[in-house]
Design a protein around this ligand. Structure first.
Ligand SMILES: Cc1ncc(COP(=O)(O)OP(=O)(O)O)c(N)n1
Ligand SMILES: Cc1nc(C(=O)O)sc1CCOP(=O)(O)O
Ligand SMILES: [Mg+2]
Length: 527
């Protein structure tokens, strides 16, 4: 089959094109080391409401950094009210999908969800014998959370006879466990222990009985049995209507962790923690008008801990008057850090960087939290120097890293797509690398000699201009800059030079707010 659209092929750099953008794409591709990501194949039904099924599996795997391919067994018309329709995919086409993925894509773990007929179970087992994988996670989906039947009871024969003996773990909820055991009542944790052992006798190497529906329990208790020991795994019960998709998500997370190389019990524990956090993060979202809303796998990225103050995308104009703190200077003038941050903002600082080289982690955290509140209430971004952990823990807007700090690409992976990342660059190569690695701006200097940073190389106005003209990112100049020379910096004739970053000219002065005001007024006259 020939595909002539944009797609992936448009990302491959074309040799004969000499534009700078295609050259840089080539650079990015060349720099990328080839590796095979952990890979889960989910064999399940599609949920049009995207809370459960294939859609939940894709999101859960993505959230845990695992590649997920899909074999769709049925298409359901489904929302927060219930299941309005089920259209099973023809069995030979389920087989075709399985063959396509398994014969080509080096799947590590297969996870199953809705298997609508015994024929599909048989096809799956046959395919797994032909293309063995490292592990098989079976979520024996029979009834949806809304009570709608998703597989007829003949499926039980297929589960017991063929699939379970191949499974590394099965993850029934109480209703499914009861059905698997011929309708036995399961009402207590002791019943769950019994069920785990009885289902283990059907052949899987591990069993996880999910106790979410257990009556009158304060904790969410699941029982895990590995053939020798039974464990009660407890998590706090989260009071929310948004629980649709938790079963699929849990099984997918187990599969994802196994694909990364985890042992079974740790994989189950990570999966439980993920579901608990996702439920907590999404407990108040409103999607649909029915009784069961979906959980949101990616709210973690938007949680108050991670991104509380980042209202809008990074605005380069916030680099105009970039105030960088220094605890030595703050102590020298017997001031508190919160007072100097307030004073700088009062004087017109447009972004604050907390640069604390000599404080303990605990104190840095407290300072970052306190300054974060001040900045947030005044609409000014707060960036943390060097410390990605502090930025994450206190919900800062981003970080500034140097060439010997955490690599930008790793910082971006840890901080997610929305946080601001600034990178110190003294050369054109460093500036291009910062862009390729996902930075938002670069700090370029030392423009002039400085006594604030020991042994700092001075690159002068010419060095600054060279880097600015090559940089694809906005630039803030740093090093020895103050009222006497700020305009000469801003006048170098580089449109992407957006401002100046200053330490001593603000914080090693008698009055922080009036010094900042003078510099702010001066910068407002720059072209
Ligand atoms: C805006 C800005 N530019 C450059 C730096 C210097 O960062 P780095 O090279 O990591 O040195 P330290 O500040 O960590 O000593 C900066 N902090 N801010
Ligand atoms: C923190 C820092 N980074 C620099 C760089 O060149 O990357 S110069 C510098 C210190 C800037 O302090 P002052 O404004 O007091 O000169
Ligand atoms: Mg640094």
């Amino acid at each position: 089959m020939v595909y002539t659209g944009g797609g992936l092929s448009s990302k491959i750099p074309v040799e004969s094109t000499s534009s700078s953008s295609s050259r840089n794409l080539g650079l990015v591709v060349a720099m990328t080391q080839k590796h095979r990501p952990p890979h889960v194949l989910t064999v399940a039904g599609s949920d049009s409401g995207a809370g459960a099924g294939i859609q939940a599996d894709l999101k859960a795997c993505a959230a845990l950094g695992v590649y997920c391919s899909t074999v769709i067994t049925a298409v359901t018309a489904q929302n927060t009210v219930g299941v309005q329709g089920v259209n099973a995919v023809a069995e030979d086409f389920v087989e075709a999908q399985l063959r396509s993925v398994l014969s080509d894509m080096q799947v590590d773990v297969v996870k199953t969800g809705m298997l609508p007929s015994i024929g599909v179970v048989e096809i799956l087992c046959k395919s797994l014998k032909e293309f063995p994988v490292q592990a098989l996670v079976v979520d024996p989906v029979m009834v949806s959370t809304s009570g709608d039947v998703l597989a007829d009871s003949s499926i039980l024969v297929g589960f017991r006879g063929e699939l379970f003996p191949m499974a590394d773990i099965v993850t029934p909820n109480l209703k499914e466990a009861s059905a698997l055991l011929g309708g036995v009542e399961l009402k207590t944790v002791a019943d769950m222990h019994f069920a785990a052992k009885a289902i283990h006798d059907l052949g899987p190497r591990n069993v996880l009985i999910k106790g979410g529906d257990l009556p009158a329990s304060l904790d969410a208790v699941d029982v895990f049995f590995d053939g020798e020991n039974c464990y009660e795994l407890r998590a706090s019960r989260i009071n929310t209507r948004n629980t649709h998709g938790t079963g699929c998500t849990l099984a997918s997370c187990i599969a994802a962790e196994l694909a990364k190389g985890s042992l079974m019990l740790p994989a189950v524990q990570v999966a439980k923690r993920f579901v608990e956090s996702a439920l907590d993060y999404s407990k108040d979202i409103v999607i649909g008008s029915g009784p069961q809303g979906p959980l949101d796998h990616f709210l973690k990225l938007k949680s108050s801990v991670n991104s509380s103050s980042r209202g809008a995308a990074f605005n380069p104009s916030s680099l105009l008057l970039y105030a960088v703190t220094d605890s030595g200077m703050t102590k020298k003038w017997s001031r508190s850090m919160t007072d100097v941050v307030k004073a700088a903002i009062e004087g017109g600082a447009t972004i604050i960087q907390l640069r604390e080289k000599d404080v303990e982690t605990r104190e840095f955290m407290e300072l970052a939290k306190a300054c974060g509140e001040i900045c947030r209430s005044r609409g000014i971004p707060l960036v943390i120097n060097d410390r990605i952990d502090i930025a994450l823990a206190c919900g800062a807007d981003g970080v500034h890293v140097g060439q010997s700090d955490m690599p930008t690409r790793v910082a971006r992976a840890l901080l997610g797509p929305e946080k601001i990342i600034g990178v110190s660059c003294k050369t054109v190569e460093q500036a291009l690398q910062a862009w390729a690695d996902g930075a938002d701006y670069i700090g370029c200097g030392g423009v002039f000699p400085t006594s604030t940073k020991a042994n700092n190389l001075t690159i002068g106005l010419d060095g600054l201009k060279t880097v600015c003209l090559a940089s694809k990112l906005p630039v803030v100049a740093i090093g020895g800059i103050g009222i006497g020379n700020a305009l000469s910096v801003m006048d170098i004739g580089a449109p992407n030079l957006k401002g100046v970053a200053v330490v001593s000219a603000l914080f090693d002065r008698e009055c922080v707010s009036s010094e900042t005001r003078k510099l702010s007024d001066l910068l407002s006259t720059a072209k």
